[in-house]
Design a protein around this ligand. Sequence first.
Ligand code: ASP
Length: 321
Amino acid sequence: MCADSRRAGILLHGGAGRYSIDERRRRILENAIKEAAIAGFSILENGAVEAVVESVRVMEDSGVFNAGLGSALTLNGYVEMDAGVMNGRDLSIGAVANLRGIKNPILVAKKVMEETDHILLAGEGAYKFARMMGFEDSTDKLITEDKKRKHRELVDKWLKGEIYKRFSKLKRFYNQNVDEAVGTVGAVALDYEGNLAAAVSTGGIHIKLEGRVGDSPLPGAGFYANKYAAAVATGIGEYIARLLLSKYACDLVERGKTAREAAVEAIKYITSVFGKNTAGIIVVDYKGRIGADFNTGGMLRAYLGEGLAKPLITIYRENIF
Ligand code: ASP
């Protein structure tokens, strides 16, 4: 515990969804998020931004989440990724949308924040910028045979009317196969100087239309950080964006709520407007208190902070955080 009873730490999520998974899959996901939590926390002395970006980068590289190497394919078989990072100290932001061919969108987002006067680059321009910054083209690693097979199965099911059928419009695009769809990743942190940061990365929704951008790269929607709190949301981007859910949670902290209360209220809010199975959120506040909530079956999350020897990890409503 450090000055002013502040507690530095990092809180991660690996996506909200149904999570009817077997033990083996659970272990794979838990190990991957554990590694990411340790990686981020180990460099927290370099600042909250460095820590959240590192945790997200590790999750992108793990290939087990719907982000970076694990990213879902669009309806036509491409990978288009969204990512964003925000520094709560000076409100600087970097984000990319519809980025193809680069395996670590979060690192490109960080370059947008550090090397440009812009906050968000999209599509071809984002790709060109990444190449200019020295990132390699990893299209072959992003579009694998295994993913193509899964993708064909999903499209077949969709064409046969076996998936999507219970849902209309937006919901059908998300819930076609929730087990597959979970796995967007995010991290929020409070560093030893009292600065907050948020980072997020996603391949978006499975068999989404090309060009579709969700909440993840949109500041205030998929992520937000200021001097009061940092928040990252996950779930149906089209709903989260309409409510600017991450900013909503940070505003609640500014008005006196704890991180936990803010997370719970934010999820209550989206549930009241768009119903269940729509979102999850993680929040850390200026004291380092953490909060997480979701209206889905589960949300993989991990926390590592000062005074803890190893990350706390949970998926369902176990009473950890
Ligand atoms: N929010 C992401 C999107 O809509 C998906 C997710 O969080 O699973 O692109």
